[in-house]
Design a protein around this ligand. Structure first.
Ligand code: SAH
Ligand code: SF4
Ligand code: F3S
Length: 457
């Protein structure tokens, strides 16, 4: 940041609240960097903020409702600030802004404007205009290319960073709003991604997670041809300073042979993959328009494990999709048993107006959904605990990312994305060190590190 940027940044408070997926986490960081030259610096509480941005998620009904309750909470802060002669600009960004921008502006009068995921590069201009008029909605443009061109250089925040490589989705699963809120698939050119990754590595970033709604559908321009994700990962792996690479979220149909093979060939590519399956029933998968079967998913997993035997898997599941019967749900449980997951997310189906599944009959009752979710989560949590427990006694390379919660502790991640904490000096942050795992819980590992020569990489 330039000196003048620093001076200016003391002037105005910025509070960004992020909901939803990694894409939103990434977008929030870019918004912060975009606004820094205008004098906005992050503050800890909305009451200190001249500008509040709610970066929202539309994926399930509950996620969407949160926006309105959060705006309600901000109303009090805004009024207090106004009483003290200081205003507060409230912006709704993200997927709810895209899907319901007009509705938000009508319902929540304290919101100054709404800006969709492909339009936030225009925040500075919108904020300047708000001083004069309010009530703007800027959505539905879907020009990811224009947005990326307009964004400033990345500023790293820690040793792990997301880099968006692919946006949008052309898959149209019948339950999902993403194709409507994020638009068509777009892949950033290889050189553009590499430039961002190099800039981050130059600022001390050691781990890069390449992100996209369908990241393994990546088809980025590279010297007049199109490169797939395996090639992009191979290029990122050659950047000096980058020790670890991950990618998320993948679609089972896009796991090509090169990408699978790379899991066995590229040591910087971490042995952990989030590969959503949604259901283990072919009937339900068909109704979801997933275009793959349970057998195909298991086949992909087997190929991946043949390439990288210790690969740990994560997934997303939906229970209670319209028409899901007990027998279908049993098939989901059978798939869970067959694969064995290191962790997973499971959701009750949420009817999203405008999606094809919303008009299907045979909606599953709330009681049935709750019961299936409980059974599925029992199975998944059991696997997660067992996976973590299996690391006890082993020595794992841990990328140290930050201070731990307790004094004298540091916190990092295992290759399998497990949270690991252990006693060690802060000087380890940014290093990959060998940690002996002493204990495990459902969500983390506790380890021991001995300062020996050669332990840090
Ligand atoms: N692009 C990714 C992520 C999509 S959203 C993918 O293809 O998997 C993340 C997860 O939210 C999905 O994998 C799905 O499990 C869940 N989800 C999406 N729409 C949903 C809905 N209408 N109800 C419940 N869960 C949903
Ligand atoms: Fe949604 Fe399906 Fe696209 Fe994933 S692949 S974002 S679940 S439509
Ligand atoms: Fe939510 Fe939009 Fe991500 S709907 S999951 S924030 S793409």
């Amino acid at each position: 940041m330039t000196q003048s940027g620093k001076e200016a940044s003391a002037a105005k408070g910025l509070y960004i609240e992020t909901y939803g997926c990694q894409m939103n986490v990434y977008d929030s960081e870019r918004m912060r960097d975009l606004l820094a030259p205008l004098g906005y610096a992050p503050v800890q509480s909305p009451s200190d903020a001249d500008l509040v941005i709610l970066n929202t998620c539309h994926i399930r009904e509950k996620a969407t409702e949160k926006v309105y309750s959060e705006v309600g909470r901000l109303r009090a802060h805004k009024q207090q600030r106004q009483a003290a002669g200081r205003d507060m600009t409230i912006v709704v960004a993200g997927c709810v802004a895209q899907a319901q921008g007009e509705e938000i502006m009508a319902r929540a009068t304290e919101v100054d404007f709404a800006v969709g995921p492909q339009s936030y590069h225009r925040l500075p201009e919108l904020i300047a205009r708000t001083a004069r008029e309010r009530g703007e909605t800027l959505v539905a443009e879907f020009t990811a290319e224009e947005k990326f061109d307009a964004l400033p250089a990345r500023v790293a925040d820690g040793v792990c960073a997301f880099v968006s490589v692919q946006e949008g989705c052309d898959k149209f699963c019948t339950f999902c709003v993403v194709p409507y809120t994020r638009g068509a698939e777009y892949s950033r050119p290889v050189e553009e991604v590499l430039a961002e990754a190099r800039a981050l590595a130059g600022q001390g970033v050691r781990e890069i997670t390449l992100i996209g709604q369908n990241v393994n559908a990546y088809h980025g321009a590279a010297n007049g041809r199109s490169a797939r994700l395996a090639e992009l990962i191979d290029r990122v792996a050659r950047i000096e300073g980058i020790a670890r690479i991950r990618y998320t979220t993948s679609h089972p149909l896009e796991m090509d042979d090169e990408l699978i093979a790379l899991h066995g060939a590229e040591p910087k590519l971490m042995p952990f993959l989030h590969l959503p399956v949604q259901s283990g029933s072919d009937r339900v998968l068909k109704a979801m328009n997933r275009k793959h079967t349970a057998a195909h998913y298991i086949d992909v997993v087997q190929k991946l494990r043949a390439a990288r035997p210790d690969l740990a898997l994560s997934s997303d599941f939906i229970v209670g999709f319209p028409g899901e019967r007990d027998a279908d749900f049993e098939e989901t449980l059978a798939l869970v048993r067959a694969v064995g997951f290191a962790q997973a997310y499971s959701f009750k189906y949420s009817r999203r107006p405008g999606t094809p599944a919303a008009s299907l009959g045979a909606q599953v009752s709330a009681a049935q959904m709750n019961e299936r979710l409980r059974m599925l989560q029992d199975a998944l949590i059991g696997q997660q605990r067992a996976f973590n427990a299996a690391q006890v006694g082993q020595t794992l390379p841990v990328l140290v990312a930050q201070r731990g919660r307790k004094p004298g502790q540091v916190h990092g991640r295992s290759p399998y994305l497990q949270a690991v904490h252990f006693e060690g000096p802060e000087s380890l942050i940014g290093a990959v060190v060998a940690v002996r795992i002493a204990a495990s819980t459902q969500n983390s590992l506790a380890g021991e590190w001995t300062p020996v020569r050669g332990a840090a990489a």
